[in-house]
Design a protein around this ligand. Structure first.
Ligand SMILES: *Cc1c(COP(=O)(O)O)cnc(C)c1O
Length: 405
């Protein structure tokens, strides 16, 4: 049996009171808290390893390089990548998507009139880079719509797919509504018309197993801070064959083989896409976070979170006038509004009762517009949350609604 209470001492930040009450942290879709294993890895790096990588001949430089490259292979094997060359360190999901959009726009593969397909569920970071991409290339942005229950309209998706579709960029799990998209089927359909497939796995990495070789994907991105690692580090996984065929975007140190004023030759994967000194400590801490998650096991974590989200929906359902968004088999996040009450007022009062939830548009303004709302209250879950957190959430919501009515 999974015991979240036994993990709480591992997360020092959770051991505090907010306005005299135990902190109940339910904003994990925005960022997760860090376990001791990650905090210690970060500290150990600066206390014992710190040096610049891939250049020095001295002991620390070798140690830093080895530890950094070991972190890369930890992540590669976690994703079941066929080689660690396919793991590019970025600063996060946003950075990874911008990197892919930029190298594709520079590749000469995209012609005016080609199409980029995204969905109405996307985070701004999987919308805006593609709008900029379309401005540069003359490609056209197409959007897969969703039904009232927040699931994507698969008939509309198939109608939008054509040989003009060059890229499908899709979130696997919606950070707003917790919708789990049928990513494998959709990726396969997109591949069948010759499109490249990018998967935004920001809301998957902490909750489910990812096997990139089992998917019809070309690129997959996530952020370290959504999986118990620090901010400022993330991963772009890309199929080596595709990454090799694409030009670099950022120029500088590390990404070159030889530089002269006449001609510069570029480095091999993965360094070709990692210009400049990377976030060495971040990469090492991310590997520590991945080890931490694997020590507990993604299966029990997933089962626990699935239980919590159902428990939360049931506990909140009794509140008069409450509306949930997304399908009932949602994952990770539970979004709601209460009739006649602004989400911001609700969230503010809940904060005063020690319950941290997010209110607002969650970086998904087009999705909010689709539902004719300005935002929702969103509770999102992690491995350290327990039924007592959910009880506190339900009680705080009930009390806040009473005060605002
Ligand atoms: C958090 C999130 C992002 C953006 O991640 P950053 O770490 O801010 O770059 C993108 N997509 C989804 C689904 C997210 O949850």
């Amino acid at each position: 049996m999974f015991q979240p209470e036994s993990l709480i001492p591992d997360f020092p930040i959770l051991d505090q009171s907010i306005q005299g009450r135990r902190l109940v942290y339910l904003d994990n879709a925005a960022t997760t808290q860090k376990p001791m294993a990650v905090l210690l890895a970060s500290r150990h790096y600066y206390e014992a390893i710190n040096a610049n990588i891939h250049r020095g001949t001295h002991h620390l430089a070798r140690l830093a390089t080895e530890t950094f490259e070991k972190a890369r292979s930890t992540i590669a094997s976690h994703l079941n990548a066929s080689s660690s060359d396919e793991v590019i360190f970025t600063s996060g999901t946003t950075d990874g998507i911008n990197l892919v959009a930029n190298i594709l726009s520079l590749s000469g593969r995209i012609k005016p009139g080609d199409e980029v397909l995204i969905s109405v569920l996307e985070h701004h970071s999987n919308i805006v880079p593609w709008q900029m991409f379309c401005e540069r290339t003359g490609a056209i942005l197409k959007v897969i719509p969703c039904f009232e229950d927040g699931t994507l309209d698969q008939d509309a998706f198939h109608a939008l797919l054509s040989e003009r579709t060059k890229i499908l960029a899709l979130t696997w799990i919606s950070n707003c509504f917790g919708t789990v998209n049928p990513i494998n089927e959709m990726a396969k359909s997109a591949r069948n018309v010759g499109a490249l497939v990018l998967i935004d796995a920001a809301q998957v990495i902490a909750h489910s197993h990812i096997d990139v070789q089992a998917m019809d994907a070309d690129f997959l991105v996530f952020s370290g801070h959504k999986v118990y690692a620090p901010t400022g580090i993330g991963v772009l996984w890309g199929r080596a064959e595709i990454l090799n065929s694409l030009p670099p975007w950022r120029g500088g140190g590390e990404m070159i083989k030889e530089v002269s004023f006449e001609k510069t030759t570029y480095n091999d994967l993965p360094f070709k896409f990692e210009a400049g000194t990377p976030n060495i400590e971040g990469a090492i801490s991310l590997a520590a976070a991945i080890d931490f998650v694997n020590d507990i096991g993604l299966k029990p974590i997933h089962g626990h979170e699935e239980f919590l989200i159902r428990y939360a929906a049931e506990a909140l359902a009794e509140i008069p006038g409450i509306h949930f968004y997304g399908p009932s088999d949602r994952a990770g996040a539970l979004s709601f509004n209460v009739d006649g009450i602004h989400h911001y007022d609700l969230g503010t009062l809940m904060d005063q009762m020690g319950v941290a939830v997010r209110t607002g548009h969650h970086c998904c303004q087009p999705l909010m517009a689709r539902f004719g709302i300005t935002g929702t209250v969103r509770a999102s879950f992690a491995l350290y949350n327990s039924t007592s957190d959910i009880n506190a959430l339900a009680e705080a919501t009930r009390k806040a609604v009473k005060m605002l009515r």
